[in-house]
Design a protein around this ligand. Structure first.
Ligand code: OSB
Ligand code: MG
Length: 368
């Protein structure tokens, strides 16, 4: 394909409820959408960077800037662009994986639409629907947490993930176990909030039969994760630390984790995410699909990714109404705790352009 234009569109999406994690509270998402127009078709990608650099070093204004000044110009200068050519073309720009992922996804959407092939078919999806979990923020009180978890259990979610931090860990986990029973699939996510001095609190979680503990320590501290993994029965899962298939293989071989959360934004795209899936499969390590509070555009690709065979745990691929009163695509609706894998060409969803217009804060169009 020859790219004719790349549009960078910023939209404001209010969340249905505030989402509090160990790194802060989010009440809305400032989303950067990448729209590519080629001589054959069009495609969309959603950048998952948060408004501030608190989950990883990327943030939405930074991704916008690097796309505009460095990434998009490199692609526009190419006579022929395919999704597989995007990462090599951008390789001399270091890091900025979320920005690169959004651009590669938009190109992949356009390419697959031109070929009439769905993303699920392209990557080898083996399921028509995927099991969904939900990520529950740090609450004002244990009572309010139990109320929120109750709503999600009632809605049919197949797994609950509690956000934790030192001081909001043992009590809420115990309360959820006592209220919903030992059979509720339950896991926790610390978003790097612990260190060696607070690690004993995580050891105290070992008695609650959790599916996993996600990213308790710093992104670059694989050693501390390996130490904890040796001390407890509960599986350690890494999120922030895993930025590539190589990082995944290294972390597993060091004994730092036995489960991996796959997020395409963090890994620079869906093509690298498939490689992470494959290397983990070869190492006997299950993966699951994480989330970054995506709109329907990003969610569609995540749901298809989660249909690969080694995605063996429910993902943070929740229904549209968990995040937004009105989604910018046809909403994803939970059916018996599952979401259907899109089957239309490309990522399989159409943005609702009228709604998109009303949510748009700015648009910038770049041409060759
Ligand atoms: O650590 O998994 C995380 C949201 C934003 C940033 C990081 C994380 C999350 C979530 C929510 O846990 C996942 C989702 O429902 O999209
Ligand atoms: Mg996480």
């Amino acid at each position: 394909m020859k790219l004719q234009a790349v549009e960078l569109r910023r939209i404001a999406m209010p969340l249905v409820r505030p989402f509090r994690t160990s790194f802060g509270v989010q009440t809305s998402r400032d989303v950067l959408l990448v729209h590519v127009v080629s001589d054959e078709s069009e495609g969309w990608g959603e950048c998952v960077a948060l408004a501030a650099p608190v989950y990883s070093s990327e943030y939405v204004d930074g991704t916008h800037s690097v796309l505009r000044d460095y990434l998009v110009p490199r692609l526009l200068a190419q006579p022929d662009v395919t999704a597989r050519s995007v990462a090599p073309t951008l390789a001399d720009v270091l890091g900025h994986r979320m920005a690169k992922a959004a651009l590669e996804t938009a190109v992949l959407d356009a390419e697959l639409r031109a070929h009439g092939m769905s993303f699920g078919t392209y990557i080898g999806a083996v399921r028509t629907e995927v099991e969904c979990g939900v990520s529950v923020g740090i609450a004002e009180s244990v009572d309010l947490l139990l109320e929120e978890v109750g709503e999600y259990v009632e809605a049919g979610y197949r797994r609950i993930k509690l956000k934790i931090e030192p001081g909001w860990d043992i009590d809420p986990v115990r309360a959820v176990r006592e209220t919903f029973g030992a059979d509720l699939p339950l896991q926790v996510d610390a978003n790097t909030a612990y260190d060696a001095s607070t690690s004993p609190r995580l050891e105290a979680l070992d008695e609650f039969g959790l599916l996993l503990i996600e990213q308790p320590f710093a992104e670059d501290d694989l050693h501390q994760h390996a130490v904890l993994a040796r001390r407890i029965r509960t599986s350690i899962c890494l999120d922030e630390s895993i930025v590539s298939a190589r990082a995944a293989a290294d972390a597993v071989r060091l004994g730092a984790c036995s489960i991996i959360n796959v997020k395409a934004g963090r890994m620079g795209g869906y093509l690298e995410s498939v490689r992470v899936h494959d290397v983990c499969d070869a190492l006997g390590v299950p993966v699951w699909c994480g989330g970054m509070l995506e709109t329907g555009i990003g969610r569609a690709a995540n749901v298809a990714l989660a249909a690969l065979p080694n995605f063996r745990l429910p993902g943070d691929t929740s229904a549209s109404d968990r995040y937004y009163a009105e989604d910018i695509t046809e909403p994803f609706v939970l059916q018996d705790g599952m979401l259907p894998v899109p089957t239309s060409p490309g990522m399989g969803v159409e943005p609702r352009l009228d709604l998109l217009e009303s949510l748009t804060q700015s648009i910038e169009t770049l041409r060759p």
